[in-house]
Design a protein around this ligand. Sequence first.
Ligand code: PMV
Length: 322
Amino acid sequence: MKKIIVSAPGKLMLLGEHAVVYDRPCIVTAVDQRLSAEIFLTESGEFSMHAPDVSITDYKKSLAEIGKGEIPKAAAFIERALVNFKEKYPFDEGLEVRTKSEFSSSFGFGSSSASTVCLVKALSEVFEKNLSDKEIFDLSYKTVLDVQGVGSGFDIAAAVYGGTVYFLTGGKKIEPLHVKDFDLVVGYSGTKADTTTIVKEIAKKRDENKPKIDGIFSEIEVLVEKGKICMNESDWEGFGRIMNENQTLLSQLGVSTEKLDAMIEGALSAGAYGAKLSGAGGGDCMIALCPKEKIEDVKSSIKNANGEIIEIKVNTEGVSID
Ligand code: PMV
């Protein structure tokens, strides 16, 4: 029985969410909380999956049946990735997949994308296909679109490439940024809204008032370009100001919440350079970029606003064979 262990990082959107769905760039960083997958090739002719973190235990079907019938949501990404890989690079072996996550799937750290990337990387390795990062990205992104229909693919890019990445919709540009480490405090608001639902809500708003929403997206694009320059120059004060402007635009899109606003206010009043929600919004996480000496004060302020601090490091390694 051949076995391989692969892990991929979670991610945090730094600038550009929502606009990136509409052909604009964003900046995303990989975090040190990882998802790992053990993959065994078997003689069984079966696909089986165990992912206790998302309540999948002893999920099994014959290889001939993969991609067919009822598929639990939490197994869908792995199963679809397997179907897509097998279509391109046919094989007959059975496969057992076991995933384990260092982060809760209720944080928007991208567990589905990370698990998809892990599987594609593992299959590439185990069948000696030697896929490039871009090939792993493309196959994983296709999988995500097959399963959820929407998404820019930024989370896949973070899982594959790691570090901090300037990213254009669908991977038209994936540019690793050479940044020095920076300090980000992350606060979880206690609720996770469904990303696909919010992305669809924004699409509806755009249908109703295209000039307004596209105008906001274009302003976000300008901020991302400025942010990229600040990041290359390690101008964290400048980057923080841009985060604040991005947050104002996200509020105009209607995706911030009172709770997120309170946590962001708290972080800024405690001395953060900048703070904003991260991801689709409607709950989930906020991030604050901080001078080192203010980190503890910023954390306390976020906690005072009833946020939960998630300890992470940014700019970490992409998918790897462990
Ligand atoms: O909610 P998250 O962390 O998965 O981020 C979603 C970011 C969006 O730009 C709203 C969607 C996307 O696929 O880029």
